[in-house]
Design a binder for this molecule. Structure first.
Ligand code: GDP
Length: 459
């Protein structure tokens, strides 16, 4: 950034009334604007207070009238979130107070911040690297405890340090070959070559380990997609509601009422799960329902977990059996016998290989729901060897790590084949560039823009 940045302002708390509402300012004119909008109660002017303390006083609207009695704090760059001068007003969480306050900030020359602009400035000013900035987004949107802990770990720099270790080992390799290029007459020590090859192999291993975390990373950030399937009336909507703890789906006893698919995020046995309730899987002449049936088939095909529901109070049909067989071919499956509070119909002897876990439950009484949670947790055990914050959680990170891994593997093979140092250096440089993308050292502007546009305004 060559030109002086402008001063941005935004409401940083969610819309609607709340206990506290926060207005935020960042940029070179923050302190001047804050001092004009905020009148401390004591004798000292705002900026005569120490930075990063809370000052009590009146927030003034654009006409200079008090609109709230609140707290203000300011920080001088670079000791702030964005690395610039910043100020924050902790007001009463009244949408009116916040919008009048924001108008006052605009009237004094601040402009509305775009989505993620505060964090983007933090990144551009070197307060956070890109992996940490992405962790901010993951933390805000965490769907479960594990996801939140991983995001917090990544934010504190765990992933960045891991990548930094690989980076610096590769820089050492590169330094060696630059020296070889500079002094071509000197013999290369074979022992040193073996050592370098070993270093490259270790980095390949470290990148493989990182890449092996992608699946879990996707699951903890996005949630495991779980299709609830079964014949109409098997109890899918009732189970979804019982698990979600509120009535999200319409439950009726007319077969085929859940025509569309419904999605609800829940945490089952510590695993974040996106429950997808599908329309009853049955052939239908009704065009709307047929669309629903197609959707449920595709939901099953895309699911990472399938709950096949059999109505425990009714005879098991051939269709129930076919559905279970189909599910088992597609994804980890749990067979759920529903309505355990009703007299149960005889369950046929199942001889399946592998045999899916079977859970008997009642959505009406809640009996068996904790067994279902345990069965889900058993399907997705938490990896033991991955500390919090060392997961690759999105496609961008995965692609960059994969490119780095491929380039390191090429460099190692080249070294073993006795290729010239300059060819080898090209591969190592490519690996370094890909690692740099992970932490944002050399990432393209459009990619940065895309990452921060997903953030909310005020973050
Ligand atoms: P879906 O078509 O598979 O989504 O099934 P629903 O969840 O709409 O349930 C069909 C009918 O079974 C409704 O009348 C529910 O009230 C009833 N039902 C679902 N689960 C239970 C249960 O655990 N116990 C009892 N007694 N009835 C249930």
């Amino acid at each position: 950034m060559s030109t002086q940045p402008d001063t941005i302002a935004a409401i940083s708390t969610p819309p609607g009334p709340g206990a506290i509402g926060i207005l935020r300012l960042s940029g070179p004119r923050s302190l001047e604007i804050a001092a004009k909008t905020f009148c401390p109660l004591g004798p000292k002017a705002l900026t005569d207070h120490a930075p990063r303390t809370l000052v009590y006083g009146d927030l003034l609207d654009a006409g200079g009238e008090p609109i709230d009695r609140c707290l203000c704090t300011f920080s001088r760059g670079p000791q702030s979130y964005t690395g610039e001068d910043t100020a924050e007003f902790q007001c009463h969480g009244s949408p009116m107070v916040l919008s009048l306050g924001l108008e006052a900030l605009f009237a004094l020359g601040a402009r509305q911040a775009g989505p993620g602009e505060f964090t983007r400035r933090a990144f551009l000013n070197g307060q956070l690297d890109l992996a940490q900035a992405e962790a901010v987004g993951d933390l805000l949107e965490a769907r479960g405890r594990e996801g939140a802990r991983h995001a917090a770990g990544q934010l504190s720099g765990t992933l960045s340090r891991r990548i930094g270790d690989i980076y610096s080992a590769l820089v050492d390799v590169m330094a060696h070959f630059h020296a070889v290029l500079d002094y071509p007459d000197e013999d290369i020590d074979p022992f040193r070559l073996e050592e370098l090859s070993h270093t490259l192999e270790e980095q390949e291993g470290a990148l493989d380990h990182l890449l092996s975390t992608c699946r879990r990373g996707r699951q903890v950030t996005r949630g495991i997609s779980c299709a609830l399937v079964g014949r109409p009336n098997a109890g899918k909507s009732s189970l979804l509601n019982a698990l979600a703890g509120y009535d999200r789906a319409i439950v009726t006893d007319i077969p085929g009422t859940t025509r569309d698919t419904l999605e609800v995020n829940v945490e089952l046995g510590g695993v974040p799960v996106r429950l997808i309730d599908t329309a009853g899987l049955r052939e239908s002449d009704d065009p709307i329902e047929r669309l629903g049936v197609e959707r449920s088939r595709s939901a099953m095909e895309e699911a990472e977990l399938i709950l096949v529901l059999w109505d425990g109070s009714a005879q098991v049909t051939e269709e129930d059996g076919d559905l279970l067989q189909a599910a088992l071919k597609l994804a980890p499956t749990i067979l759920v016998n529903t309505k355990s509070d009703l007299p149960s119909a005889p369950i046929p002897f199942l001889s399946l290989n592998p045999m899916p876990p079977v859970v008997t439950l009642s959505s009406k009484t809640g009996q068996g729901l904790s067994e279902l949670e345990a069965a889900v947790a058993a399907q997705f055990p938490k990896p033991e060897d991955v500390p919090y914050g060392q997961l690759l959680t999105n496609q961008r990170q995965e692609e960059a790590a994969r490119r780095a891994r491929q380039a390191v593997a090429r460099a190692r093979k080249a070294l073993e084949a006795g290729v010239t140092p300059d060819a080898l250096l090209t591969d190592v440089e490519e690996a370094l560039a890909a690692l740099g993308e992970l932490t944002g050292q050399n990432v393209r502007e459009d990619i940065i823009a895309r990452i921060f546009s997903k953030f909310c305004v005020g973050k």
